[in-house]
Design a protein around this ligand. Structure first.
Ligand SMILES: [Fe+2]
Ligand SMILES: [Fe+2]
Length: 164
């Protein structure tokens, strides 16, 4: 079944949003590295790679449906944060925003009776639950850590082990 223009448009917008997420997390990785926190930097680099994969999942969906793929410019992300907590708090806020964008696509695809798109989006709905949970956990740990440099370095070391 041919994909409707409004669904094609919103998925193209989501490809851009996922690649922006990758850019944002890469920028956070770069900033963490500049603070000598290579474990946090590693975590954000893995996250950036995941976001690129998300963009590709939407890309492949349009490709498989023979829908038009339109790539637009990606905005420049912020480059500096006041603390690791500030960076992770922003990452968490960003994930919540992405969740609401995914929900908007589910609502539109449901309204238009595009079951193939609704089915594809189920993976993203589940993925967002995980993304929000893991980011919030780090936010809460950083709040616990407060000004303790030793604890911050301990968490940095733990996050260096993230696979991907
Ligand atoms: Fe994503
Ligand atoms: Fe994400």
């Amino acid at each position: 079944m041919a994909m409707k223009k409004n669904i094609t448009d919103i998925i193209n917008k989501q490809i851009n949003a996922e690649l922006y997420s990758a850019y944002l997390y890469l920028s956070m990785a770069n900033w963490c590295q500049s603070q000598n926190l290579s474990g946090f930097a590693h975590w954000f680099k893995v996250q950036a790679k995941e976001e690129t994969n998300h963009g590709m999942k939407f890309y492949h969906h349009l490709e498989e449906r023979s829908a038009d793929i339109v790539l637009k410019g990606i905005d420049a992300p912020p480059a500096r944060w006041n603390s690791v907590l500030a960076a992770f708090a922003e990452a968490y806020k960003h994930e919540q925003k992405v969740t609401s964008m995914i929900y908007d696509i589910v609502n539109l695809a449901t309204k238009e009776g595009d079951h193939a798109t609704v089915s594809m989006l189920k993976w993203f709905v589940d993925e967002q639950v995980e993304e929000e949970a893991q980011t919030l956990e780090i936010v809460n740990k950083l709040k616990m850590i407060g000004e303790s440099k030793g604890s911050l370095l301990y968490l940095d070391k733990a996050l260096a082990k993230r696979e991907g």
